[in-house]
Design a protein around this ligand. Structure first.
Ligand SMILES: *[C@@H]1O[C@H](CO)[C@@H](O)[C@H](O)[C@H]1NC(C)=O
Ligand SMILES: *[C@@H]1O[C@H](CO)[C@@H](O)[C@H](O)[C@H]1NC(C)=O
Ligand SMILES: *[C@@H]1O[C@H](CO)[C@@H](O)[C@H](O)[C@H]1NC(C)=O
Ligand SMILES: *[C@@H]1O[C@H](CO)[C@@H](O)[C@H](O)[C@H]1NC(C)=O
Length: 292
């Protein structure tokens, strides 16, 4: 345990002792954007468009304050994640995901995302993340966004943080009434918790996953308020496999009425995207080993 975290732990009860951390995605001040380009550090950065990782993801040094929740424990950099019209990911051996625009940061340990999954997704673990709006690069709430999720190899999500208007065929003529709400959904995509993505403040989440009993519980606060449970312990039907922990700016398309029904259904490869540059800020990302 480092001196810094030891001191912090003895001062504030809600701080997280480093001994209980499975993985820490809070970016130290020493990390650089060239580290991002080489996928050095807590994140694998290969899921992105054709430009370098640091074209889409910036580390903001001390120029912007991270969530105040952990400021007595750690000095971290805000992570700015953006997408633009070049943000089309081409999976190895696959075809370009032209329907999506996406930049993903995937949790890794010792350079391996899958090895980390088998370490941190056992017993009970708590996934922490904080988000803030990027007022200069706003999102388009006519679209669906998936911002944080654990994705097993079958492409399902153990849980996800979703925003915007859910992808639909045909496309609704106006953004959904709840499109500006941050929504936590379970594996079956049932809504567990929602809250407005208000400007100018950090939104702090923690999702406690019980990998044996297959349950979830959601915790939330804003700014420096302590995290509070906002759901009871809920069963998460279908949660079975471990998966990669993603922070992302994943923008789904709108269904294009001029495309065939089959194409419209293929949300990964077809649909309408504007060529806009958009962004969101992250901080306070880590995974804790919890006993209750
Ligand atoms: C956005 O990217 C798509 C796919 O590469 C391309 O067809 C389209 O022309 C681009 N739009 C603009 C405005 O650059
Ligand atoms: C990284 O390697 C160290 C030393 O082998 C090991 O103790 C640790 O569990 C590994 N961490 C991850 C996340 O793989
Ligand atoms: C948002 O998306 C809608 C639907 O595609 C589009 O009509 C609108 O122009 C977009 N707004 C911006 C600012 O790009
Ligand atoms: C569909 O095709 C019509 C006719 O070519 C065109 O005017 C319209 O802009 C197209 N709509 C979209 C969403 O591309």
């Amino acid at each position: 345990m480092s001196v810094r975290s030891f001191i912090a732990f003895s001062l504030i009860g809600s701080a997280v002792a480093s001994a209980s951390l499975y993985w820490d995605g809070r970016v130290p001040q020493s990390m650089t954007e060239s580290d991002l380009d080489s996928s050095l550090g807590p994140y694998l950065t290969v899921v992105k468009g054709s430009e370098t990782a640091s074209h889409y993801t910036s580390l903001l040094g001390t120029s912007q304050l991270p969530t105040p929740l952990w400021k007595n424990t750690i000095s971290e950099q805000v992570i700015s994640v953006t997408i633009d019209n070049s943000s089309i990911f081409i999976p190895g051996g696959g075809s370009p995901q032209s329907g999506f625009r996406r930049t993903d940061l995937i949790a890794q340990g010792n350079g391996s995302n899958s090895a980390l999954d088998t370490i941190m997704e056992v017993g009970m673990s708590k996934f922490h993340f904080s988000l803030k709006r990027n007022e200069h690069l706003p999102l388009n709430y006519s679209h669906e966004y998936q911002l944080v999720y654990i994705e097993p190899t079958d492409g399902s999500h153990i849980f996800e943080l979703q925003l915007g208007t859910p992808f639909n065929i045909p496309t609704a003529s106006a953004p959904a009434a709840d499109s500006t709400l941050l929504k936590i959904r379970n594996h079956a995509l049932d809504l567990l918790f929602e809250t407005p993505f208000t400007a100018g403040e950090w939104h702090n989440f923690a999702i406690r996953v019980d990998w044996n009993k297959l349950t979830l519980q959601v915790f939330y606060s804003t700014g420096n308020f302590e995290l509070c449970p906002v759901t009871s312990v809920l069963s998460n039907p279908g949660l079975a496999a471990q998966g990669d922990f993603h922070l992302a700016l994943l923008k789904l398309p709108l269904a294009d009425p001029n495309e065939t029904t089959t194409e419209q259904d293929d949300v990964v490869h077809f649909g309408i995207q504007e060529a806009t540059t958009e962004g969101v800020f992250y901080s306070g990302v880590f995974v804790e080993n919890v006993s209750k």
